[in-house]
Ligand binder design. Structure first.
Ligand code: ZN
Length: 206
């Protein structure tokens, strides 16, 4: 069944490097298509060369030259149902590279909301847009000192819908809600490190 003699190591190496002239390769390729042992040798040599090329600085240049496997892949695919490991590896590496350089969608900029304390006599709860990220800036004038602050957002029935760390800087407390809130009326409560309620703020979401 196997036509012709096995390829010598030298022939395989020269063939893999594309150093054999095209008209000398016909018998050789014919043999390659049906000889598993020579396919394996060539694959090993080609994989080695691919690694060498990748390691060199001429990566882009090397990519532009079709691999030896590209040349005989069409013929081989008739004989081999499963993909060659060397191709699977390269395709995998390419996929990873694409994932790494794919631009990530830029996150929507949050709505900036400044709230006065209810005790501060805020006439009406300001409106914010539903289901959009919110960056709250809460008035902290006179707020008791605490090593840390926590913000709870509760709905009208008092049910907790969001809990987040709150950071105090000067006279404001910053609270972020990345997912935003559903439509409705809410209270934002600032708690100290012992989870004692310090202050409440009202907000309407629509
Ligand atoms: Zn052979």
């Amino acid at each position: 069944m196997v036509a012709g003699a096995h390829l010598t190591e030298e022939q395989i190496e020269q063939y893999a490097m594309g150093k054999l002239s095209p008209n000398c390769c016909e018998d050789l390729e014919e043999h390659l298509l049906i000889c598993e042992s020579c396919q394996l040798s060539l694959e090993e040599t080609d994989t080695y060369l691919v690694h060498m090329k990748a390691a060199s600085a001429r990566v882009l240049e090397a990519k532009e030259q079709p691999s030896v496997w590209d040349n005989i892949r069409g013929g081989l695919s008739q004989w081999m149902a499963k993909p060659l490991p060397v191709f699977a590896g390269l395709a995998c590496a390419a996929a990873i590279a694409i994932v790494l350089i794919a631009p990530r969608p830029s996150p929507e900029s949050p709505q900036q909301v400044t709230l006065e304390s209810l005790r501060g006599g805020q006439a009406e709860a300001p409106f914010v847009e539903a289901k959009r990220a919110i960056q709250f800036s809460l008035d902290a004038t006179g707020l008791p000192e605490s090593p840390s602050y926590t913000a709870n957002i509760v709905d009208e029935s008092g049910k907790l819908v969001h809990e987040a760390p709150a950071t105090r800087s000067n006279e404001t407390v910053a609270v972020r809600s990345a997912a935003g809130l559903p439509a409705g009326k809410f209270m934002i409560r600032i708690l100290d490190s012992k989870l004692e309620l310090l202050r409440e703020y009202a907000i309407s979401v629509k």
